[in-house]
Design a protein around this ligand. Structure first.
Ligand code: CS2
Length: 497
């Protein structure tokens, strides 16, 4: 069904879908755009777009999405012929529940036509510009959360601000144009796993604006709302096998369905001066302060995820579920969460932390998801600071041990060295990959040399931790263990200690 020329999912085939495929409960063709989303990847389509689909099914008008890709045109090319429709397959042991999502009403590709994206962002009906551009898409220094002014895209955006390339560049130019036109600013809604994501993106955007014009900087700082959010849903990359399976169930081809776990959570700070969709009616939590939710999620879920990804990959496990099926790894996750992460958390009001952690481990075990360790291992330099390093910093400030966190960090170091335990090359994807590789090559696979070499990467560890002998020693010892005994051996040893 997925071959060239097969009938495609589209508005005109929507009525022919089998009865067990859920579809939009509103007039999709008449839905009006109120949100421009930057980074219309799988996560967005399995998360925010689904909440907005639900919002419109409940009768709220004007919350459809214009989704832009800031780099590749593949999402556009897949979904434009489908009128923006795509399938969400919710995967569990009980099989796949399919649903066609209609909230993506308009698609754009920034590099093909930056002016079209800017005009969409300047439409007075657009009240929110949301983003999932991944950690590296903000062109910031992950350790300090400030704009990386030397970033090539930022330099390009300063040289030619009216044809932006970066996400902050688009935000600043669109806000400047709205201001000049007397249109009230949109609310900027970051949905990436950054620490204090709203505040961080506000800082980065205001700085870029100020570099263009101090007055514009003050405007962004004073007049634009950047509520913080916590987003959570595990969404592995779609494979060709997934496409074939979905096509078989639909009876028509869908060039880019998204596959997700049943769990979904969205916690949003209630600061939307231009208005917002009634998210609390569709299961999102609208709160005054996201910080405790964010810490809980970034540290317990993403911190454990990255630990499993590096050590699991090195131990030869393809997916998170495979890694969790190894009892020593499952034990590592539990102990890491209970002993080293939990004491650093300010728990959200009314949260059942024990239940939350147990549910997380069950989610990791979901055998239907096939979430690859390699996928999660990507962009570690951008992820580690908020997932593991910040937790280590808090532990050290409290005089507490960090052996398990150090093992996760050591897994990253061994991984970015670029060779697996059988001497095969690892395809390391990271904006700093070549620098990390150069450092690792110069040091060799020798912990007392490799650990300090990688600890010198300021973007990840700042300047404080490399100088803290407790941190450096714990990481060097853990790395020595991983190098000598392999990742599985090191995990086995640490959990029986
Ligand atoms: C994962 C996240 O790829 C990764 O780095 O840790 O995408 C994770 O699946 C989501 O944050 C879950 O909400």
């Amino acid at each position: 069904m997925s071959g060239e020329g097969a009938p495609r999912l589209a508005l005109k085939t929507l009525g022919d879908l089998p009865a067990d495929v859920a579809r939009p409960g509103y007039d999709v063709g008449a839905a009006e755009v109120g949100v421009v989303h930057l980074g219309v990847g799988a996560f967005h389509r399995a998360h925010q777009a689904v909440y907005l689909d639900d919002v419109m099914a409940r009768g709220a008008k004007g919350w459809a999405i214009a989704g832009a890709s800031l780099r590749a045109a593949d999402t556009y090319d897949a979904l434009a012929p489908q009128d923006g429709l795509y399938t969400l397959a919710v995967r569990s042991g009980a099989g796949d529940a399919l649903r066609v999502v209609g909230s993506l009403r308009h698609l754009l590709v920034a590099p093909r036509d930056p002016q079209a994206l800017l005009s969409a962002m300047c439409d007075p009906k657009v009240r929110i510009v949301s983003l999932t551009v991944t950690e590296k898409g903000y062109c910031h220094d992950p350790a300090s959360g400030t704009l990386d002014e030397a970033h090539p895209d930022i330099r390009a955006d300063l040289a030619d601000p009216h044809r932006p390339r970066s996400a902050p560049g688009f935000l600043v130019e669109a806000l400047a144009r709205r201001r000049a036109a007397g249109t009230r600013p949109f609310t900027v809604l970051c949905c990436d796993n950054l620490p204090a994501n709203g505040t961080t993106v506000a800082r980065v955007t205001a700085r870029l604006a100020a570099l263009r014009d101090p007055d514009l900087g003050r405007f962004v700082e004073g007049e634009v709302a950047f509520p913080s959010t916590m987003v959570d849903r595990i969404v592995p990359a779609t494979t060709d096998a997934d496409r074939a399976l979905v096509a078989q169930r639909l009876g028509v081809a869908d060039a880019w369905p998204v596959m997700a776990e049943p769990f979904s959570q969205w916690v949003v700070e209630d600061r939307f001066p231009a208005g917002r969709p009634p998210l609390e009616e569709v299961g999102a939590q609208v709160v005054a302060d996201v910080a405790p939710y964010e810490h809980m999620k970034l540290r317990l879920l993403n911190g454990a995820h990255s630990t499993l990804a590096y050590l699991g990959y090195l131990a030869g496990h393809e997916t998170i579920a495979d890694t969790m099926a190894d009892a020593a790894f499952a034990r590592l996750v539990q102990r890491l969460q209970d002993e080293e992460i939990t004491p650093t958390l300010a728990v959200p009001p009314g949260a059942d932390l024990a239940g939350y952690k147990a549910a997380l481990r069950e989610r990791f075990r979901n055998p239907a998801l096939r979430h690859r360790t390699w996928q999660i291992a990507m962009d570690g330099s951008q992820k580690l600071p908020q997932r593991l390093v910040a937790t280590a910093r808090d532990r050290l400030a409290a005089g507490a041990p960090i052996d398990l966190i150090a093992l996760g960090i050591a897994g990253w170091m061994r991984y970015v060295a670029g060779w697996d335990e059988h001497g095969r090359a690892i395809d390391v994807r990271d904006p700093l990959a070549s620098r990390l590789r150069t450092l690792a090559d110069a040091a060799g696979l020798d912990a007392p040399r490799l650990a300090p070499a990688l600890l010198s990467v300021r973007e990840v560890f700042g300047t404080d931790l490399p100088a803290d002998p407790r941190f450096a020693t714990a990481v060097t010892e853990a790395l020595g263990d991983v190098i000598r005994g392999g990742a599985a051996g090191a995990v086995g040893r640490v959990v029986t200690r």
